[in-house]
Design a protein around this ligand. Structure first.
Ligand code: SAM
Length: 217
């Protein structure tokens, strides 16, 4: 009960008051029990206005950033969506309530296993968790109506554009190791429409079309 109240306050003060308008996104984030996606010792901080550690040097993103990125996908409910960077599985659970099918890719097997089990336990049935290098997208399940990348890329991997449906959207943080810009890209018959959303800080997308391990550490 206490978590439900905290979640409601999170939605009202961190999301709605800061300009998140899509009622479906707000309702999904009011619904998903974020505290279940962090370690037990962090459950009381799950609704704080910040990212939290997940282990393996990775993080669950700040609620506001999850909302901004999700809103930019402009989902109506019938879409097939690809998420790169499963992490805790929290963003996948939010997407699961907003789209028809969600594929989520994680490079660290232990995080993918934990997320897969939790998503199953919480009955998010339309989410498929896959271990692979998501910097290459997921060609075997393409095309997608939306692709959301929750790790930072040095540049926009061309694979993502190729794996988008016409009028599909890509949301991705792009930039340097310690700060990036969030881009929204729409694939149209006339070409790519690119717009900038906000500054952000994400952990790196490590892989063939992302950062190399050796460039990071
Ligand atoms: N969306 C997650 C959530 O809701 O908890 C947070 C993701 S965390 C900020 C970024 C994740 O991207 C990490 O779990 C990291 O291991 C993963 N990652 C980094 N490079 C990747 C790659 N090439 N393919 C798949 N996952 C990758």
């Amino acid at each position: 009960m206490a978590y439900e109240k905290e979640r409601h306050l999170m939605v009202e003060y961190q999301l709605r008051d800061r300009g998140i308008k899509d009622e479906r996104v707000l309702a999904a984030m009011e619904n998903v029990p974020r505290h279940r996606f962090v370690g037990e010792h962090l459950q009381d901080n799950a609704y704080d206005d910040c990212a939290l550690p997940l282990g393996e040097g990775q993080t669950i993103s700040q609620p506001y950033m999850v909302a901004v990125m999700t809103e930019l996908l402009k989902l109506k409910g019938s879409e097939k969506v690809l998420e790169i960077g499963t992490g805790s599985g929290y963003q996948s659970a939010v997407l699961s309530l907003l789209a028809s099918e969600v594929f989520t890719v994680e490079r660290i097997p232990s995080l993918a296993d934990r997320a897969r089990k939790l998503l199953k336990e919480l009955d998010y049935r339309n989410v498929h968790v896959i271990v692979s290098d998501g910097s290459l997208g997921l060609p075997e399940h393409a095309p997608f109506d939306g692709i959301i990348v929750t790790a930072a890329a040095p540049e926009i991997p061309q694979h993502y554009i190729e794996q988008l449906n016409m009028n599909g959207r890509l949301v991705i943080p792009v930039g340097g190791r310690y700060s990036q810009i969030l881009y929204q890209i729409k694939k149209t018959p006339a070409g790519i429409e690119k717009s900038i959303s906000t500054a952000c800080v994400f952990v790196p997308l490590i892989g063939k079309a992302g950062w190399q391990d050796t460039e990071i550490y």
